[in-house]
Design a protein around this ligand. Structure first.
Ligand SMILES: [Zn+2]
Length: 102
């Protein structure tokens, strides 16, 4: 769930960044603004694109870090239903068996 959230946010930010990077070139290629001051637009769009790219990289790292933290959580097997549960669980979330804490 949380992993999915980070993934979606990262993809959105990177996608927006690519959009900002390509925006000045698309405007120049089209005939929307013939008297366009291209270098200025390129600079501004690149700054915005870099901000989005940085935010995307931060969420990517954050998502990676949090994911590995969740994965490294110790698991054990429920003696009753044999499902994998957290090692520090007091009650099995599947079969509600009381477990002896180690
Ligand atoms: Zn169980």
């Amino acid at each position: 769930m949380e992993r999915q959230f980070y993934k979606v946010v990262t993809i959105f930010l990177i996608w927006t960044s690519i959009g900002w990077f390509s925006f000045p070139f698309l405007v120049r290629a089209s005939t929307i603004a013939p008297d366009l001051r291209f270098p200025r637009l390129l600079l501004q769009a690149t700054v915005v694109a870099l901000l989005y790219a940085c935010a995307g990289i931060i969420t990517l790292i954050l998502g990676r870090y949090r994911t590995t933290k969740i994965q490294s959580e110790k698991l054990r097997q429920c003696p009753q239903c044999k499902k994998r549960i957290r090692a520090d669980a007091v009650i099995c979330p599947y079969c509600l068996t009381e477990l002896d804490t180690e």
